[in-house]
Design a protein. Structure first.
Ligand code: T4K
Length: 370
């Protein structure tokens, strides 16, 4: 165990020299939070980069999703979502006041399967909260069709989908709102942070108000908001990260390509990442360890761990098997066969922009070892 540890991800950081002048500005001004000037600059730069007009920066994606649900009026009833996600997705539905209803996923994209949604719709269903899992776009057309047929809203947990494009357009254009995460483990990070992308200015301003306790102006509070503001420090990190993001994504693509070349055709392993597709951000590199592989998933994870390589079981256990949700009738494993199968086989291999070839070879060597 003498080898250097290799983690599933490492945050990308901007050059400190590019951050210092922004910090000096903040120190001089002593405006540390509450819609400060650095945040305003970051918001406008981000909006340009992502090609979306209406962005509200927030403290993290979990709170951003709660606010998006609240603003969309989904504070009761049922919301159909995926069990194959980070627990924050279901928590956001609950925290907004609604109940998550799990539907099964597609075995290729690992995202909510539109064909499985219809059977879960009841008179209480209000919305669909879908996740672009691992940055792979959902079947946005299929989801919109089901939603339109039943008068449901569609919102996207786009925590993994920074910079993702579909048919040349940002994936963030789909649905009523989308929510990005800028957590340290994400493709683009501000240490902690996130953004809600809305379709019009009124909604953006309403999200800004909800993120600031519901203040409409200095004296008037017109909604029960919370504190979900991004502070000036996180905004400075974001502003300094933006110029380097294309290289970050290109470097990730290089790592994914190398994995695909070496592991893509191994008997018993399935690599569902559409690594060759334009517009992908390579947030993760999941492999599905099938029955024909020489080890099962847990054995492979253990073999890697013995070599100081920390691959992770994202997402196992399913959210539907977690304490707060497992009593829901829709959480019955018999209703979610694909998600259960994927959760029992998935292992996310280390991927980050500066994962060097030598380290990646250590990972590949352990996976292929007989
Ligand atoms: N929706 C989805 C679909 C999500 O995946 C997430 C978050 C959210 C919503 C909510 O977004 P936020 O509210 O956080 O903005 C991590 C993250 O904490 C979580 O943000 C993320 N998803 C989830 C997929 O992964 P953990 O508990 O597995 O992370 P942790 O701390 O074990 O970190 C993984 C590895 O990354 C470490 O072994 C080492 C490395 N690392 C991590 C951190 C935090 C670093 O090198 N530096 C760091 O600062 O949850």
């Amino acid at each position: 165990m003498s080898q250097r540890p290799i983690y599933v991800t490492r945050p990308h950081l901007p050059d400190l020299a590019d951050v210092i002048p922004l910090l000096e500005e903040i120190w001089d001004r002593r405006m540390l939070t509450n819609n400060g000037p650095v945040l305003q600059r970051f918001e406008s730069a981000l909006s340009n980069y992502l090609g979306v007009e209406h962005i509200s920066l927030v403290a993290n994606a979990t709170l951003g999703t709660v606010l998006a649900m609240q603003q969309a009026g989904i504070t009761s009833g049922e919301v159909i979502t995926t069990p194959f996600s980070f627990v924050a997705t279901a928590h956001a539905i609950k925290l907004a006041g609604a109940t998550p209803i799990f539907a099964d996923i597609d075995p290729v994209t690992l995202n909510l399967d539109p064909a499985k949604i219809e059977a879960m719709i009841t008179p209480q269903t209000r919305a669909i909260l879908a996740v672009h899992t691992f940055g792979v776009p959902c079947d946005v057309v299929g989801l919109a069709e089901v939603a339109n047929r039943h008068g449901l809203k569609v919102l996207y947990d786009a925590a993994h989908a920074f910079g993702v494009h579909r048919n040349g357009h940002s994936i963030l254009h789909h649905g009523e709102m989308s929510v990005l995460s800028f957590h340290a483990t994400k493709v683009f990070n501000t240490f902690e942070g996130g953004a809600v992308i809305a379709r019009d200015r009124e909604t953006k301003l309403a999200i800004d108000r909800l993120a600031n306790f519901g203040f409409a102006d200095a004296l008037r509070v017109n909604a029960i908001g919370t504190n979900a503001k991004m502070n000036e420090f996180c905004a400075a990190i974001g502003l300094a990260q933006l110029p380097g993001i294309e290289k970050v994504i290109a470097d990730r693509a290089g790592v994914a390509k190398r994995y695909m070349e070496r592991l893509g055709k191994v008997r018993g392993l399935r690599c569902p990442s559409p690594w060759g597709e334009l517009g992908h951000n390579h947030y993760a590199f999941p492999v599905l360890v099938g029955a024909n592989f020489q080890l099962n998933r847990d054995e492979l994870q253990m073999r890697l761990e013995n070599e100081n390589i920390f691959a992770r079981k994202y997402f196992y256990p399913l959210v539907s098997d977690m304490e707060p949700y497992k009593m829901l009738p829709c959480a019955d494993p018999a209703c979610l066969p694909v998600a259960h199968n994927v959760a029992s086989e998935v292992l996310c291999l280390p991927i980050y922009p500066d994962l060097d070839i030598e380290s990646q070879d250590r990972v590949i060597e352990q996976v292929l070892k007989r």
